[in-house]
Write a protein of this length. Structure first.
Length: 286
């Protein structure tokens, strides 16, 4: 809400671009964690995690202080605070009646929420089961997971720097469709890769990273621009609830599939590919 409400619609794509770069830089640190923790020494793992948690606490405290010192409330935020000043806490529940009526009259907004929910549901699913697919499905070493994170980060960072200026000038629907199709095919390829094929796996990861750059930017920006300012907070809250439910269902189903013999460990990524196919179908309806 803070990002979207404090930024003009035509500039939001730049804000989400910077956020995606920050996320990519964080992903590049994953192999470093692997080096610090490596060796299978439990005592070393505990010591490293203590340091990580302590550093995290310091970073969060610094972010909290800086954000509250520098942040200024948006105009719509001040308006909502004034409107809710004398409301009872239960009044927040009553606000969802108009929200559902708004969604009933605005099917495009429903479809945007559906695409965003499916995108982040597949992301949670893939974060959980990619390592299962790589180790148990493809028969590769655990260290490969760190290599995948590094390759993803090193691919996404230049792609973000080079592609973003062009992406903002291209039709957003076409960019989103191309990104979703790329991710659907690249994740489907992971299901059918021969065991032990690390070079082909890394090529697939590179293609996935490029598709992710185009997709996540358009998903977040499209959703932010589709939401009406006055109802942004409750709509985002509703979208978060939908995402939690979707993720919970897919995680349970993914866990069941991953335990099946044979191709089982690869099947969660087949679900990921199907979610992208469903998103493409929704985009076609829009």
């Amino acid at each position: 809400c803070t990002i979207a409400e404090s930024t003009q619609p035509e500039k939001r794509i730049n804000v989400y671009w910077w956020l995606s770069i920050i996320g990519t830089l964080a992903a590049c640190a994953t192999p470093l964690m692997g080096l610090l923790v490596g060796g299978g020494d439990t005592a070393r793992l505990v010591s490293v995690m203590r340091g990580v948690l302590l550093a995290s606490a310091c970073v969060h405290m610094a972010a909290f202080l800086l954000r509250n010192h520098m942040h200024k409330e948006s105009a719509i935020g001040i308006e909502r605070m004034e409107a809710a000043r004398h409301e009872r806490p239960t009044a927040a529940l009553k606000a969802y009646g108009p929200i559902f009526r708004l969604l009933a009259k605005n099917p495009v907004l429903v479809l945007f929420i559906a695409i965003r929910s499916m995108y982040y549901a597949q992301l949670n699913l893939k974060n959980t089961f990619l390592s299962v697919t790589v180790v148990q499905g493809l028969g590769l070493e655990y260290g490969t997971i760190g290599i995948i994170s590094l390759v993803t980060g090193l691919t996404m960072l230049p792609a973000q720097l080079l592609l973003q200026p062009k992406l903002s000038a291209w039709p957003q629907r076409k960019v989103l469709a191309a990104g979703l199709a790329t991710l659907m095919l690249s994740n489907a390829a992971l299901v059918f890769l021969p065991a032990g094929s690390l070079p082909i796996l890394l090529v697939t990861i590179v293609v996935t990273a490029v598709g992710t750059v185009a997709t996540v930017l358009m998903v977040d920006t499209g959703m932010a621009n589709a939401l009406p300012d006055a109802n942004r907070a409750p709509l985002l809250g509703l979208a978060a609830v939908i995402l939690v439910i979707l993720s919970a269902v897919f995680q349970v189903v993914g866990g069941f599939l991953a335990e099946l013999p044979g191709i089982g460990p690869r099947l969660p990524l087949a679900m990921v590919s199907m979610l992208f196919a469903a998103s493409l179908a929704v985009l076609a309806i829009i």
